[in-house]
Design a protein. Sequence first.
Length: 227
Amino acid sequence: MNQVTDKKITKEQVLHAYEFRHAAKAFDETRKISDEDFQFILETARLSPSSFGMEAWKFVVLQDPALREKIRSVSWGAQGQLPTASHFVLILARTAPDLRQDSDYVNHILKDIKQLPADVQKMMLGYYQNFLESDSRLMNSDKAISDWSYKQTYIPLGNMMTAAALIGIDSCPIEGFDHVKVSEILAEKNILENNRFGLATMVAFGYRKEEPRPKARQSVEKIVQWV
């Protein structure tokens, strides 16, 4: 039997994880996530879907206290999380040069990762080029391509947070930072690989320091329309 159906997670367990998850503003510094558990969280990011399967992302696990503090100085939304999180992840997105249809990276994905036959590679490149040029009109600017890449990083972000919640680990997604200044700090360390990557978002993981307020959401009738 398929392993997924053989060891079925109930709907109640999944919904409980969503109820459990909240944006933790600070974490219990005495508790650390085990290597096994954090590798599990990272694996859910690795297995996340991406447009055309291009995996246009990179995950930087930021554990250096000095670098955390430097980034904290220009990240108003991570004041409590950066010093206390067990693990802190910078989610990077590939920029336009790597995502054009004639790039070495795109060729690497199709040839080496997907291991497609030459004729299928050519067909996929045609579909991909048409998507960039006609369907989405992303080729009009490098910024449009990069923005498309940035958007996709929120898929693994969500998957990582849900996976963490399923095993009782807290998290907090973070957009509250000076993008230019943090990027300069990362560039100094060559983490952006000469602008082949840009910082899309951050996420902190750990164990809650205190219980959150009850979750508040609009009703499903307010946010769902059937047509």
